[in-house]
Design a protein around this ligand. Structure first.
Ligand SMILES: Cc1cc2nc3c(=O)[nH]c(=O)nc-3n(C[C@H](O)[C@H](O)[C@H](O)COP(=O)(O)OP(=O)(O)OC[C@H]3O[C@@H](n4cnc5c(N)ncnc54)[C@H](O)[C@@H]3O)c2cc1C
Length: 481
């Protein structure tokens, strides 16, 4: 570290000008090595671009590994692009179950697979590195400033993909964005997940089968009892949560119990239950407070689960997510802002870039910003169900207003808070990342900005990488004929 002489000015430290080494120049720089960053890096490298990924954690995977969030709400037959490839390969490695309506997998295997795929595609990865700022030439992004054990450095790129989940780079570059819900900027809750081992699953299943149906979440995709297929997902236990809350054994925020990503063969269960409300994932103090609060909630949850659910008596904590899970922060504003109405109406677009399938239902919000998730008044968990349906995404939600040279993928797309409920799914983020990466590579190799791309050419490049481009496929075929 270099000593810096500074002086104070009205609450700020003023630093002297400094020289920052440029350590890489690449075609495509992917900021964030999480779910969408993996998709973006694969998309860009497979499209022929020299690609670098920067990730602040020690490992790749984002929410899939750092939050050990390991369940996708879609059957493998409906997955597209890299999502399908990832699911099939995890299943081949014995680390994921593709036999049912949802896809549970092992987060450790996801970590390993991410490295394998990126290595094979020739992507360079720099972990343990925080992106601090955008390097701009007017409204054109030219790269980013990073900080890691080697100090402050610069990376230059022809095109930059923001896959940070928080639109950190887009925001630093001056892009238009919204945070949270449009009406009040409130955001979905944060959670720390933990995994329990030593669970006697046959006993748990027997208990669940003996209980009235209304004790469990109404949606059959949340409460699955098919051990013969290796598929179990458990959600509800409303009566237990109410009893424990009344006895002061559960925090006020918890109205139901939720277990997923279940490894039936080994009796391992992921608990996705802590909920911290009123926190902002772009505020370091809030993130730290939410992490501590969620871990305190988890201690109580562990005791309650052991005490009240037959089969969990000897359950011990294997691990907890290394970082607190942030469900929502910034979303960019691009040339189009996709509302939930478009998804519900299955609107098709001339510039469609992907058709995503998933279990969904208009108006349903599984993680309301105001809380009360699973409470008696919450129809979503008590009575609502979802259907397998599809929606299209247009290319115009992948580029931010006010900044050139950038694409985005993952949960920062230009969609409304309500639409984000459906676009934030991991398999969707993997594919939107892949789209952002392919577009970035095309722009970089043609020496243009992503907004200048020929949409038909982009759609063809996406189809070449096995992405279902939805209604655009018909237009491409018509043109070819
Ligand atoms: C608690 C929780 C439960 C969820 N449950 C489900 C579920 O059941 N099913 C489902 O499909 N989806 C679920 N999701 C949603 C899904 O996991 C996310 O929406 C998805 O992972 C978002 O992908 P992303 O790439 O945009 O962000 P992330 O996966 O969060 O990846 C962003 C990456 O960027 C890195 N990064 C961020 N800022 C910087 C920076 N400044 N410098 C360097 N690196 C940076 C992060 O470390 C991270 O690795 C859940 C999410 C959470 C948090």
């Amino acid at each position: 570290m270099q000593p810096t002489s500074v002086h104070h000015d009205k609450g700020f430290l003023v630093e002297p000008p400094r020289q920052t080494p440029i350590v890489r120049e690449v075609d495509v720089l992917v900021c964030g090595g999480g779910v969408s960053g993996i998709g973006a890096a694969l998309g860009a490298a497979r499209a022929g671009a020299k690609t670098l990924v920067i990730e602040r954690n020690a490992f790749l995977g984002g929410a899939a590994t750092a939050v050990i969030m390991n369940t996708w709400n879609v059957p493998v037959s409906r997955m597209t692009g890299v999502s399908r490839e990832v699911a099939l390969t995890l299943a081949e490695r014995g680390a994921g179950n593709i036999s049912g309506p949802t896809f549970p997998f092992d987060p450790e295997a996801f970590k390993e697979l991410s490295v394998d795929l990126l290595k094979r595609a020739g992507v360079e990865v720099l972990n343990y590195t925080s992106i601090q700022d955008a390097i701009m030439d007017g409204s054109r992004i030219k790269g980013v400033l990073i900080h890691n054990k080697s100090g402050r450095q610069a990376i230059l790129a022809r095109t930059v993909v923001d896959a940070t989940g928080d639109a950190d780079v887009a925001a630093a570059a001056g892009a238009e964005y919204v945070k949270g819900r449009e009406k009040d900027n409130k955001m979905r809750p944060m959670s720390v997940l933990f995994r329990l081992g030593g669970v006697d699953l046959p006993k748990v299943i027997e208990y669940c089968r003996s209980q009235p149906k209304e004790y469990f979440t109404a949606d059959p995709n949340f409460h699955i009892l098919e051990p013969e297929k290796g598929l179990v997902r458990l959600s509800g236990f409303f009566h237990i949560a109410e009893k424990a809350r009344a006895a002061g054994e559960l925090p006020e925020e918890i109205h139901y119990l939720r277990f997923e990503g279940i490894d039936v063969a080994h009796g391992i269960v992921t608990v996705n239950n802590s909920r911290v409300y009123g926190v902002d994932g772009t505020n370091a103090w809030d993130i730290s407070r939410a992490d501590t609060e969620a871990r305190l909630q988890n201690r109580k949850l562990h005791s309650v689960i052991r005490k009240y659910i037959p089969g969990f008596e000897n359950a011990y904590v294997i691990d907890s997510s290394p970082t607190v899970g942030v469900r929502e922060t910034r979303r960019i504003r691009g040339p189009y802002v996709l509302p939930q109405e478009d998804l519900a109406a299955q609107r098709t677009f001339d510039d469609s870039v992907v058709r995503i399938w998933r279990h969904m239902a208009a108006g349903v919000d599984w993680h309301k910003a105001e809380g009360g998730e699973g409470a008696p008044s919450d129809a979503v968990y008590r009575t609502s169900t979802t259907n397998l349906a599809w929606f299209e995404l247009p290319w115009r939600v992948f580029t931010p207003n006010n900044v050139e040279g950038m694409t985005v993928g993952g949960r920062v797309l230009s969609v409304t808070h309500d639409a984000d409920m459906w676009t934030r799914g991991q398999y969707c983020c993997l594919v939107t990342g892949q789209i952002a990466g392919i577009a970035a590579a095309l722009a970089a190799t043609q020496g243009i900005t992503p907004t200048e791309l020929d949409v038909r050419e982009l759609q063809r490049a996406l189809a070449d990488q096995s992405i279902d481009v939805g209604s655009a496929a018909d237009r491409l075929l018509a043109k070819a004929a």
